[in-house]
Design a protein around this ligand. Structure first.
Ligand SMILES: Cc1cc2nc3c(=O)[nH]c(=O)nc-3n(C[C@H](O)[C@H](O)[C@H](O)COP(=O)(O)O)c2cc1C
Length: 349
């Protein structure tokens, strides 16, 4: 069905196509079992203390304002991350701001955290109990005089609602945000986030989402700080500013973050580096260019406990999770893995 519709969908402006996808999902016509596959029990795993059906999640940025997460669970995803949510509603950058690089199986986006704002999104989630593990990704408003304050405001609001909260310091489209990868900035942010956890009785998790454009010297410092301040997991990675040289599509020079296939190896290599240093102390969610069972397996074997995807779904359509599940099960059988946890980091043992 998707391959039949794809020429039509790809004739639309990418942001229009995305709006259409959100609208169609809102109709909620999908039966619950359409995307299940044989023997999928083998994919069950746990993430942050909760059992999930499979380790395949939807990455932040698709359901930015938490409108359709329960419909997305029906596509077969094991978990969903909504956001990035900012304290106040935000329009984002001028359009056009998403570009399809079809020849490269990639996207470039410079959306700039367009979302409905924390108040509206909080009510939306309160009125629509999630049918699975829900992550909420938070960030600062573009014109914020104090970015740390924005993070704290959103953390206070969403900590009771999500299974995990992602502190997003890695979007390339909000000026100054990536400065939080530096030790002194990160230390201040994480110690204040830790205070929120200490004040509350919730058994929820805080994750940090990191840029792939990171010099090696940052890895050790980041690890030291996240362990010191009780961060529960990492998301590796956001979109990249690099890797444009070898791209084929004419849109390759658009400014913004590059996602999809050209990001795949960059993020997998960073997962390996973090996994080797972390030695399994906290889970890593691997994201960047996953669009098949093989690329999902690669991320797990490099040290990710679960994976997420976004761009893959743009190119392969809503049956992508079903496809990945099937291929992952086949690969597990072929290589003799009985569960997901045994795959994690197996490439490095
Ligand atoms: C159109 C678009 C919007 C995105 N918006 C966000 C966002 O708001 N917050 C965020 O943390 N990541 C955002 N991302 C990054 C994705 O979550 C993911 O980290 C990245 O795209 C790499 O995964 P992929 O190659 O599977 O797309 C966005 C990505 C795309 C393509």
């Amino acid at each position: 069905m998707f391959s039949f519709l794809r020429p039509f969908i790809f004739s639309l402006d990418p942001e229009k196509a995305h709006e259409l996808a959100i609208k169609s999902l809102k109709y909620n016509f999908l039966p619950g079992n359409l995307f299940s596959v044989e023997n999928e029990e083998i994919l069950k795993t746990t993430l942050f203390g909760k059992e999930i059906e499979n380790p395949i999640g939807l990455a932040a940025g698709f359901d930015k304002s938490a409108e359709v997460y329960n419909e997305i669970f029906k596509l077969g995803f094991g978990f969903v991350e909504v956001g990035t949510v900012t304290p106040r509603e935000q329009y984002g950058n001028e359009k056009p701001r998403i570009f399809r690089l079809e020849k490269d199986r990639a996207l470039i986006n410079r959306l700039g955290f367009n979302n409905d704002g924390s108040e509206v999104i909080k009510k939306r989630i309160e009125n629509n109990v999630p049918n699975g593990l829900l992550g909420i990704n938070i960030g600062p408003n573009k014109d914020s005089p104090d970015m740390i304050n924005d993070f704290l405001e959103c953390a206070e609001i969403f900590f009771p609602l999500g299974d995990y909260i992602t502190i997003n310091i890695s979007s390339p489209n909000t000026k100054g945000l990536r400065e939080f990868h530096k030790s002194d900035h990160l230390k201040e942010l994480l110690s204040k986030i830790d205070d929120i956890r200490k004040k509350s009785n919730f058994n929820k998790s805080f994750l940090l989402k990191i840029s792939p454009d990171l010099e090696d010297s940052f890895v050790n410092n980041i690890i030291e700080l996240i362990l010191q301040h009780n961060i529960d997991g990492l998301i590796l990675t956001n979109t990249t500013n690099q890797n444009r040289e070898n791209l084929l599509d004419k849109s390759k020079s658009e400014s913004g973050g590059l996602s999809g296939k050209p990001l795949r190896n960059l993020s997998t290599e960073l997962i390996k580096k973090f996994y080797i240093h972390l030695k399994g102390k906290i889970p890593i969610i691997g994201v960047g260019g996953v669009d098949s069972g093989k690329s999902a397996f690669e991320k797990l074997a490099a040290g990710a406990s679960a994976i997420q995807l976004y761009t893959g779904m743009v190119y392969k359509g809503p049956t992508i999770v079903k496809e990945i599940k099937k291929e992952l099960i086949d690969t597990m059988k072929e290589k003799g893995f009985k569960n997901i946890k045994d795959i994690v980091g197996s490439n490095l043992n």
